[in-house]
Design a protein around this ligand. Sequence first.
Ligand code: SF4
Length: 190
Amino acid sequence: MPVPLAHRSAYELLAATMLSAQCTDAVVNRVTPALFIAYPTPAALAAARVDELETIIHPTGFFRSKARALVGMASALEQRYGGEVPGTMDELITLPGVGRKTASVVLGQWFGEPAIAVDTHVLRLSKRLGLTDANDPVAVEADLKELWPRPMWADTGLRLILHGRDTCPARNPRCNACSLYNACISRGTF
Ligand code: SF4
């Protein structure tokens, strides 16, 4: 299952995933064409004028902190990784603004590495389905990895994100339209 964020490189996927925090993929996809025309490489983004960058990414929300994170990420890529996005969790999470969730998306969707991205949607859905008792994303990630074989981790993680976001949101989950209804220990409790 391809990630719904439009991208042509690991750099573009990383930047788009960072912009997707608290924002829909549709809005990110409307913003990123202009972003990557203005800043086609990490070097260009590292040298961005912050006010111009903020204007471009404004529709994605939290544009000031996202602009700082994007420039910090790009600068770190330039200074430490020769302008390339590294392909390991340990390296990715050293980049400014990049946590395990963002790193997992890039690892799974670009590098084909087994990873399950645990964001707020996966956290909520996993607990509602009874797949974990944990609250900490790292512990939830470990519990989920016990349930599926490694080759399925990235795809499963993405499916959980989309299901949590589209069918099982925090408020008013759509249990009557849910494909996981029969397997869910929380069905009909809302
Ligand atoms: S049945 Fe309801 S609570 Fe359970 S996963 Fe589906 S939408 Fe969420």
